[in-house]
Write a protein that binds this ligand. Structure first.
Ligand code: GLC
Length: 441
């Protein structure tokens, strides 16, 4: 790629981040995603630090206003714009005594990318500033990771249980669709399906007002996700109560790989700040590293999420299988097995990698959200993981291809992995931010 193209791409990405700036945070996309999302803000800050470290700090620090008193950081902090009140009403976080006062949030979390983002932003500061930045963010991080182990690790095996598809970040991916099938639909959702009343649901779906329905979740998944939300709301988002009699509970592979990596970052941040990490938390962190192996399946040579309810691996492959590279906690032999999947036709080898589902999966659909399209945040995680295990050639190739993809198709939410065409929302913030990070790396 010529330097001229790189300059143009950098400027285009900066423009997206300027347009999506809402003061102390950045929305993922103007129309489709008008609130603040947790892991989006982390990816966004990772890009922002390359040209405006203060704004990157503000982006991350702003998450604090949404943190619950038990330590949870919600996946969404809702905009104060009253015309966007429906989401606030649907989640109604005020039902929980742990929710922050005066700030409306969801009642669930999202992959814990925060420690990585805090660390990378810190690397752009001088030493005294870095120490004070880390000290500012450590209470929030320690409370968040502490909450995950305290409330979401009922087996004490270090594998966090995720209780809603949206918590996984890969909402509509095959393992979650399978988990929703096992959960089953409640009677009212069956009636909606049977009587073809889906049009009524469509009236309140913001996503298909802005993108083609063929690129989004199907009706059954929407109803299943909504049923899961209603169940959590009725339990006032109390994880212990929910997990006492779980309906939908998955030891999610992507989430746990990100957590293992985040734990490493958290330990490094605490060390740099001269701040002790509680012994109990350190022990849980070590447990998570060891337990990733429980998600490995020898016959198929890959990793899966595990259904917490029946203890079985959900053997529907998806791109999460490559994220143990990013965790940094697997043996080299396992890493090699994953790289061979990446290079294999029928698996993840495709014109515009990495597809979110392997080509030979019955779920594969090049257009549908998390069921085939390529996402830049996953590429970023995989590139990082490849480097971690010394696969520099593969990392360089994937980086190059990712940049060519956005240069050709724009900074969209996701892309058709076969012809590279743009899908989902235009001008998507994490695509822009991570493009900048890849360019400057
Ligand atoms: C979608 C994605 C989720 C993301 C959100 C906002 O729901 O599945 O991962 O955080 O959009 O961009």
């Amino acid at each position: 790629m010529s330097s001229l193209d790189e300059h143009k791409l950098f400027e285009a990405a900066k423009t997206v981040l300027t347009e999506n700036n809402r003061g102390n945070y950045t929305v993922p996309a103007g129309d489709l995603y008008p609130h603040q999302w947790l892991w989006d803000s982390c990816f966004i800050a990772i890009g922002l630090r390359r040209f405006d470290v203060n704004r990157a700090q503000t982006e991350l620090a702003s998450l604090k206003r949404g943190q619950w008193s038990n330590g949870m950081i919600p996946n969404m902090i809702f905009s104060e714009d009253t015309s966007l009140g429906l989401d606030r009403i649907l989640w109604d976080s005020a039902l929980s005594p742990q929710a922050p006062h005066g700030v409306a949030t969801s009642g669930i979390t999202q992959p814990p990318m925060l420690a990585e983002a805090v660390m990378r932003v810190g690397e752009k500061l001088n030493l005294p500033e870095r120490r004070s930045w880390y000290k500012q963010m450590l209470p929030m991080l320690l409370d968040f990771h502490g909450w995950l182990y305290d409330q979401r690790d009922p087996n004490h095996d270090g594998l966090i249980v995720v209780i809603h598809p949206y918590e996984s970040g890969l909402d509509n991916s095959p393992p979650w669709v399978e988990a929703l099938k096992i959960q089953g639909l409640p009677w009212w959702a069956i009636v909606i399906e049977k009587l073809h009343l889906g049009f009524a649901v469509n009236l309140i779906r913001r996503d298909i007002r802005h993108t083609a329905a063929s690129e989004r979740m199907n009706q059954t998944v929407v109803l299943g996700s909504f049923a899961a939300l209603r169940h959590l709301r009725r339990k006032f988002y109390d994880s212990k109560v929910v997990l006492n009699k779980p309906r939908l509970a998955v030891q999610d592979l992507a989430f746990n790989c990100i957590l293992v990596r985040a734990n490493t970052c958290l330990r490094d941040i605490a060390k740099a700040a001269g701040w002790p990490v509680p012994k109990k938390l350190l022990a849980s962190m070590r447990q998570s590293e060891q337990s990733l192996e429980q998600l490995w399946d020898e016959p198929t040579g890959q990793y899966y999420s595990k259904n917490f309810i029946n203890g079985e691996l959900i053997k529907e492959p998806c791109v999460a299988t490559l994220l143990p590279l990013y965790s940094g906690a697997i043996e080299k032999e396992r890493a090699e097995a994953l790289v061979s999947l990446l290079n294999k036709r029928g698996q993840y080898k495709v014109a515009w990698p990495v597809p979110s589902v392997p080509l030979k999966s019955s779920y594969f659909n090049p257009l549908r959200y998390w069921q085939g399209p390529t996402w830049i945040n996953l590429n970023w995680l995989i590139i990082d993981g490849l480097r971690r295990y010394g696969f520099d050639k593969e990392a360089d190739e994937l980086k190059q291809r990712s940049l060519e993809l956005v240069a050709k198709s724009g900074l969209s939410e996701y892309f058709n992995p076969q012809d590279g065409s743009p899908l989902g929302a235009d001008n998507f913030s994490w695509t822009a931010a991570l493009t900048i990070d890849l360019l400057k790396n």
